[in-house]
Design a protein around this ligand. Structure first.
Ligand code: NAD
Length: 476
């Protein structure tokens, strides 16, 4: 598979109407490795109109069995091309190759799940009071805009595109400017698998140009967005004008709560990767660790020792666990957080420096003595930085956990079943794990409370989000 360099519209690659191009920088080498067409408002117009034609002209009414067949074939081709997809991801965002391979496989699994979901998803019959016959229909919406971020570009694109297509919609996919390659590969592969032209369009380009033009386009019926809370808020405001459906998967500041009765040794050894994986650029990163005071000191020692063992380096090497940050700007942002933490009295237990002369690398960093009002404790850093604090009282700890405007994910470590259930009920997050750090399951709903989002990706919940619900009453 060749490195994509154009937009994917109407089943074929083409240049942008305005002729604009942008460069992609490999974050591990800091060098430009390719240039790519950048879409403008005219391209959005053409892509949305073509998608609408594809929806009205057949995709909407295609027999469910045929849709299933195409989605399964896409999954099979994604597996065949997994190594290409993984290599593109390494090049554009510096993701370690072993993670990139896993994520290529995850994308294929998402298509398999929704290929099967087509025949499992439908309406109900309802025993209404006046008699007669009442039933609900789950109908496709039309053209959906999927706007995705750069941190998990391929799997997040798949977990929006697959259920939207399975529900009978057409999709215009807008990848982040830093990570267009795997989204374009998805468009190309889906069409090679038999998806009709126009059903999936891929428009790389800037958020303010392509994103805004999509969100305000009258033929777009739903915007499915994953990204920052700030841009999510902006999109929700624009969508309000036409009462467009939106689903928003936004930022997080997830807690990792360790009670003294837990297998705290296991928690300490596994927790570094719950925040540092993907170099901390993870909406589910457990970046606030609360440890019951009686085990705080030994927990921190083990956590720091495990952090020091992490392999930070060349993302093309199979043993690498942490690659570079995605861009110079992202590293500047994270370093500004660290400078702020030092100024306000935090202690750096390990990390804080740049481990390599070239590439946007940053050491995984553990902060102690961070106060409850400090920026590092309250705001999403989106880099390899964690803060660990002791707690004495469960209720006071939970008040601090829930004082966050975010509510995406989190972990609870305890051997007590009743405590696990009580705390899981109390934490205001959309996704929680007990004695584990696993947040994402293809079969289960994924999304946030409060400023972490609206609506759910994955599972059957995502199918609901890509349909309109119609009730039909038939008199007897
Ligand atoms: P971002 O908000 O900057 O960009 C996300 C997408 O929105 C990109 O495609 C971007 O081009 C587009 N965009 C930017 N401005 C826009 C505008 N004005 N109108 C329409 N679209 C616009 O986010 P990012 O930096 O790519 O990703 C990091 C953020 O994403 C973090 O906050 C992270 O927590 C969040 N995230 C959330 C989840 C989740 O599932 N909750 C998953 C991954 C990432």
């Amino acid at each position: 598979m060749k490195l994509p360099g154009q937009l994917f519209v109407d089943g074929a690659y083409r240049d942008s109407a305005g002729g604009g191009r942008s460069s992609l920088i490999n974050p591990a080498t800091e060098e430009v490795f390719t240039t790519l067409a950048a879409a403008n408002a005219a391209d959005v117009q053409a892509a949305v109109e073509s998608a609408q034609r594809a929806w009205e002209g057949g995709w909407r009414d295609l027999a469910p069995g045929k849709r299933t067949e195409i989605l399964f074939k896409i999954a099979r081709l994604l597996r065949d091309y997994a190594e290409h997809i993984a290599e593109f991801e390494v090049l554009q965002i510096g993701k370690p190759i072993s993670d990139a391979r896993d994520e290529a496989g995850l994308g294929a699994r998402v298509f398999e799940y929704y290929a099967g979901a087509v025949s499992q998803f439908g309406g109900q019959t309802l025993p209404v009071a006046r008699g007669g016959f009442d039933f609900t229909l789950r109908q496709s919406m039309g053209v959906v805009a999927a706007i995705v971020p750069w941190n998990f570009p391929f799997p997040i694109a798949c977990w929006k595109v697959a259920p939207a297509l399975a529900a009978g919609n057409c999709v215009v996919l807008k990848p982040a400017s830093l990570s267009p390659l795997t989204a374009l590969a998805l468009g190309e592969i889906a069409h090679a698998a038999g998806l009709p032209p126009g059903v999936l369009q891929v428009l790389p380009g800037s958020g303010s140009v392509v994103g805004d033009a999509l969100v305000t386009h009258p033929l777009i019926r739903k915007v499915s967005f994953t990204g920052s809370t700030e841009v999510g808020r902006h999109i929700m405001g624009l969508a309000a004008r036409d009462i467009k459906r939106v689903s928003l998967e936004l930022g997080g500041k997830s807690p990792n709560i360790v009670f003294a009765d837990a297998d705290w040794q296991k928690a300490a050894e596994t927790s570094p990767m719950s925040v540092f994986a993907n170099t901390g650029q993870d909406c589910c990163a457990r970046s606030r660790v609360y440890v019951e005071r009686s085990v705080f000191q030994p927990f921190v020692e083990r956590f720091v020792a495990a952090t020091r063992k992490l392999v930070v380096g060349d993302p093309t090497h199979a043993e690498t666990q942490l690659g570079p940050l995605v861009s110079a700007g992202q590293r500047d942002t994270v370093e500004a957080f660290l400078a702020d933490a030092r100024r306000t009295g935090a202690t750096v237990a390990t990390g804080g420096g740049r481990p390599h002369a070239k590439g946007y690398y940053l050491e995984p960093t553990v902060l102690l003595n961070v106060g409850p009002g400090d920026r590092c404790w309250r705001e999403e850093i989106f880099g390899p930085v964690v803060a660990i604090t002791p707690f004495d009282d469960e209720a006071a700890m939970l008040r601090d956990v829930n004082a966050s405007p975010f509510g995406l994910s989190g972990s609870i470590w305890t051997q007590s079943l009743s405590r696990a259930l009580r705390v899981a009920r109390a934490v205001q997050s959309g996704v929680l794990s007990v004695n584990s750090h696993s947040s994402v399951h293809v079969e289960a709903p994924f999304g946030g409370f409060k400023s972490s989002g609206l609506g759910r990706d994955l599972g059957m919940s995502a199918m609901e989000g890509y349909t309109e619900l119609k009730n039909v009453y038939v008199a007897e």
